[in-house]
Design a protein. Structure first.
Length: 274
């Protein structure tokens, strides 16, 4: 028997990066997957975002792992899109008991200097998380069998870090701190239903959000960023892998974590332990 047999996970930002890794790892452990992704470019984001081809590759990898998956193209900033993705999953699998609010952007370079970047960051990573919770939680309560909600925050959600005070950077930091407040609120309200709510806080992860030509060019032009101890992990690793976050999420989704709620879980190579 696998650790997540019988579970159905709703995952946002599933087309690539951490979201894809989460979908594959949870599927490997027996969960069925309901996934959504915007599959479009947000102008304030400096790197190329995921595409429909990326989403199709996630489907292929989940199915290769022996899992079942339903995907929808949609924007977490639009609650109706989240509802549509959720409804498509219910039509296929009947319920959701695991939620991974993962969709995120990093509008921190030049394009993030415009005021709209603040709204893009906050709307995606804070309002989008709220939309995800508001859509999924009522069904989990009604089902009456508990569940797990994991929200992707960041090391930047536990301490103030950043490249600038650009609107996009400020919005990123505010959103990643803000979801901790949402987690604490929902974890208290949902505990009586045995629905657990936690945040997870990665350091830099080796995904296209960070490992891209545009960010590499920025670092090359600003070597002080790469050499600044404020950006270095105490464990001697520059970036961790997406699967390192996925493994933590498998644990949080499993019955092994049945009494863990209201926790800010760092997976950060010691970044916040300074």
């Amino acid at each position: 028997m696998k650790r997540l047999d019988g579970k159905v996970a709703f995952i946002t930002g599933v087309a690539r990066g951490q979201g894809r890794s989460h979908a594959v790892r949870l599927a490997e452990e027996g969960a069925a997957i309901i996934g959504m992704d915007i599959c479009a470019q947000i102008p304030s984001v400096f790197y190329p975002m995921a595409t429909e081809d990326d989403l199709a590759e996630t489907v292929r990898l989940v199915e290769k792992a022996g899992g079942r998956i339903v995907t929808t193209i949609g924007d977490v900033r639009d609650r109706d899109d989240v509802q549509r993705a959720y409804d498509a999953g219910l039509a296929e699998f009947g319920y959701v008991d695991t939620v991974v609010a993962n969709a995120g952007i990093m509008p921190v370079l030049d394009q993030g200097s415009e005021p709209q970047a603040w709204h893009d960051a906050v709307d995606t990573m804070l309002t989008g998380v709220w939309h995800t919770l508001e859509v999924t939680v009522p069904g989990m309560i009604e089902r009456g069998e508990g569940g797990s909600i994991a929200i992707t925050s960041s090391a930047a959600g536990l301490r103030s870090i950043g490249l600038s005070t650009f609107p996009g950077q400020a919005g990123y930091s505010a959103a990643k701190h803000g979801v901790v407040g949402l987690m604490r609120l929902y974890s208290k309200q949902l505990a009586k239903h045995f629905i657990r709510v936690n945040t997870i806080h990665p350091t830099g992860v080796n995904t296209p959000m960070v490992a891209n030509a545009e960010y590499g060019a920025f670092v090359d032009a600003n070597p002080d960023v790469a050499n600044d101890d404020a950006y270095k992990n105490p464990m001697p690793v520059e970036l961790i892998e997406a699967v390192d976050i996925s493994n933590a999420l498998v644990f949080l989704a499993s019955d092994e974590a049945r009494y863990i709620t209201g926790v800010t879980l760092p997976v950060d190579a010691g970044y916040n332990n300074r």
